[in-house]
Every structure is written in structure tokens, then in C-alpha cells.
Design a protein around this ligand. Structure first.
Ligand SMILES: Nc1ncnc2c1ncn2[C@@H]1O[C@H](COP(=O)(O)OP(=O)(O)OP(=O)(O)O)[C@@H](O)[C@H]1O
Ligand SMILES: [Mg+2]
Length: 339
């Protein structure tokens, strides 16, 4: 079965073609021009998706060496994301499905991230404990099978990626901040500053807002003239902040491993590219004798291969969408089964 995936939820336009689980093409065009605004400008994002989607689709067909008529299933991200950006991929997909007379599946972007671990050579086994850490979400989920996903916890304020981006901005590292914070952390001392790790009522919930404010207060107190902050000090702040995030994430993962029968541990989403987070979870999995599957960096951030893969799973389970499928900006409250 040949599946086309389209992704345009934020600042990446991506088109992928997968056939029987094999990735024939996965093209990603990132909108780096948002950098000068310090964050994604929604209207500019929509326009750039419009410009990119058609040429990318043509290039993906070329790279996969197929004609568009060979596509058996069309899929596109429907949400969550920026509404104008989502509409570009979603409507492109619907039009293609209509003109090719092939089924269409509207995919939840977060489900795309969750199942991105199946794109790896080593296949995860259910039940999977899935830590979703991205720019807009932080969730701890128990993935029982293709369709049953139980929500154990989520962030009560900022997402992990958001915290990385904001801390990067505070110390002048630019946007997106995650990779920069990681780079600086590698040169810093994670024990230099003690930043707080939230201890919440909800056993598996997360909070990064207090941590973010604590970094801000520290900077305001120690460096009233921000320009005076040295590269070494930036590295220590980055390393200490990153260490607190690793602790917050791994504390909850450890509790869940102890309380639930799981076979595989997985971490997905843009922040799963972070080396310290990957290393800590690999250590945890080893300690508790669990399989661990983390997507390669290319599949941590937004990509259409994960959308095509998820669509394939839904199709196998007889779930398809109609052409009235709508774009949605936020994750629906009932998106996953409550614990
Ligand atoms: N090495 C890294 N360390 C930490 N964070 C990182 C790293 N690489 C990327 N990130 C962060 O990942 C986030 C982007 O992830 P992703 O593209 O999955 O988010 P999104 O699609 O915008 O949000 P969502 O998937 O929740 O809708 C950004 O916040 C970025 O800073
Ligand atoms: Mg994403």
C-alpha cells in the first residue's frame, strides 16, 4: 500500500510517501525566516506552506519514483496546530484524494508523533509507555494498542519545548532554543545552579512554568546588565536548566514504569532530539529491563512520514475520514482515554 502524508501544522512543510512501511521519501522544508521575529508568525507560516506544498509534492513523487496515480491513500495533519497552516496541508490532501478518487485520512499530529517510533528499524511492542515532548505538548501516555491510548499525565502549564525556547531567549541564544540550550549545556556544569523540579498532586503531571520563572529570577538577580553575562555562565544556566527538565521528565517515567506493565519505553516529539533526555531514558529502560525505541532525530521534529504511518494504522483498523474533516487548533480534551 502506498500512502501519501502531508504535514503543515506549524513551521515545517513536509511531504512523505511510504510503501508497506518503507519510507520512499520524506521531504521537510523548515521556515527559518521566523528566526528574526523570535517565534513563528502564523500568517507568514501559512503563506510559506502555500508556496512550498506543491513543489514538495512533485519532488516527493520524483524521489519515490512513482506517479501520483500509484498513491492508494492520502493523509494530512488536521490538528493541533496553527489553523491557517493546517488548512494548507489538509485542503491539499482533500483535493488530491478527490481528484485521484482515493481514500482520505485526517491525522491527529500528536498521534503522528506517538507512532513515529514505529518508523524505526527496531519495532516497539505494546504496551508502550510514551513520553511526548514537543513545542506545544508534554504528555505521558500508555499506548495499549493501535487505538487505545490512556493519558497518565500532562503538563499543567508550559510544554517542555516551550520552556527550552523561553530559557534560550532569556540568555540570548535565539529561536528555536532547544538545540542551542543543548549545545551550551554540553559545555556547562549541570550542578552549578539548583533550579526547582515541580512536585505535583497529579502523579504523572508536569509543570515547567515555575522552573522557567526561577531561571528568569536568577538571571535578573545575578545579571542586572544582561550584556555582562559570559559564555561560561550561559552554559551553566543552560546545563542546570536542562538537568532540571531531565529530572522532571524521568521522575514521572520511572514512577509509571514501576506502576504499569509495559514492554517498551518511547520518547517522541521535537524535544526527544535532546541528548541528555535520550541518555537518561535509555539508562532507565536498561535498569528496568525494558525495550526502548526513540525515533532518529529526523523523525523527532515535525515530519510527514509519521503522519503517513499513522494513517496506515488507522486504515488497517477501518478508520477513514470524509472530505468534511475539519482542522482543529488544540488537542481535544477527550483525545486520549482518561486514566
Ligand atoms: N535538542 C533539543 N533539545 C531540546 N529541545 C529541542 C531540541 N531540538 C528541538 N527541540 C525543541 O522541540 C520543539 C519543536 O518540536 P516539534 O516540532 O515537535 O513541536 P511542534 O510541532 O511545534 O509542537 P506540537 O508537536 O506540540 O504541536 C521546539 O520547542 C524546540 O526547541
Ligand atoms: Mg510537532
Amino acid at each position: 500500500m502506498t500512502i501519501l502524508g502531508l504535514e503543515s501544522s506549524c513551521d515545517e512543510t513536509s511531504v512523505s510517501i511510504i510503501r508497506d512501511g518503507e519510507i520512499l521519501s520524506n521531504l521537510i522544508s523548515s521556515q527559518h525566516f521566523h528566526l528574526k521575529y523570535g517565534g513563528v508568525v502564523p500568517e507568514l507560516s501559512s503563506r510559506a506552506h502555500l508556496q512550498m506544498i506543491s513543489p514538495l509534492f512533485k519532488k516527493a513523487l520524483e524521489e519515490a519514483n512513482i506517479e501520483k496515480e500509484e498513491i492508494d491513500l492520502v493523509s494530512a495533519t488536521a490538528g493541533p496546530g496553527l489553523i491557517g497552516a493546517l488548512l494548507v496541508g489538509l485542503n491539499f490532501g482533500k483535493a488530491l484524494s478527490y481528484s485521484l478518487n482515493k481514500p482520505f485520512i485526517a491525522v491527529n499530529h500528536i498521534e503522528g508523533h506517538i507512532f513515529s517510533c514505529f518508523l524505526m528499524e527496531e519495532k516497539p511492542e505494546y504496551p508502550i509507555l510514551s513520553l511526548v515532548v514537543s513545542g506545544g505538548h508534554t504528555l505521558l501516555l500508555l499506548v495499549k494498542d493501535d487505538l487505545n491510548i490512556v493519558k497518565l499525565g500532562s503538563t499543567i502549564d508550559d510544554a517542555a519545548g516551550e520552556a527550552f525556547d523561553k530559557v534560550a531567549k532569556m540568555i540570548g541564544l535565539g529561536y528555536p532554543g532547544g538545540p542551542k540550550v543543548q549545545e551550551y549545556s554540553e559545555k556547562g556544569n549541570p550542578k552549578a545552579i539548583k533550579f526547582p523540579v515541580a512536585n505535583l498532586k497529579g502523579e504523572y503531571d508536569f509543570s515547567f512554568s515555575g522552573l522557567k520563572t526561577s531561571v528568569l529570577r536568577y538571571i535578573q538577580k545575578e545579571y542586572p546588565i544582561l550584556e555582562k553575562i559570559t559564555e561560561d555562565e550561559k552554559s551553566n544556566i543552560a546545563a542546570s536548566f536542562q538537568d532540571a527538565v531531565v529530572k522532571a521528565l524521568s521522575n514521572n517515567v520511572k514512577k509509571a514504569i514501576l506502576n504499569y506493565e509495559i514492554k517498551t519505553l518511547s520518547v517522541v516529539g521535537g524535544v526527544a532530539a535532546n541528548k541528555a533526555i535520550r541518555n537518561k531514558l535509555i539508562q532507565l529502560a536498561k535498569k528496568f529491563n525494558k525495550k526502548i525505541v526513540i525515533p532518529d532525530i529526523e523523525f523527532c521534529g515535525d515530519n510527514a512520514a509519521m503522519i503517513a504511518y499513522r494513517a496506515g494504522k488507522l486504515f488497517e483498523n477501518n478508520i477513514i475520514s470524509d472530505l468534511n474533516a475539519v482542522a482543529f487548533p488544540a488537542l481535544p480534551k477527550n483525545a486520549f482515554i482518561a486514566n
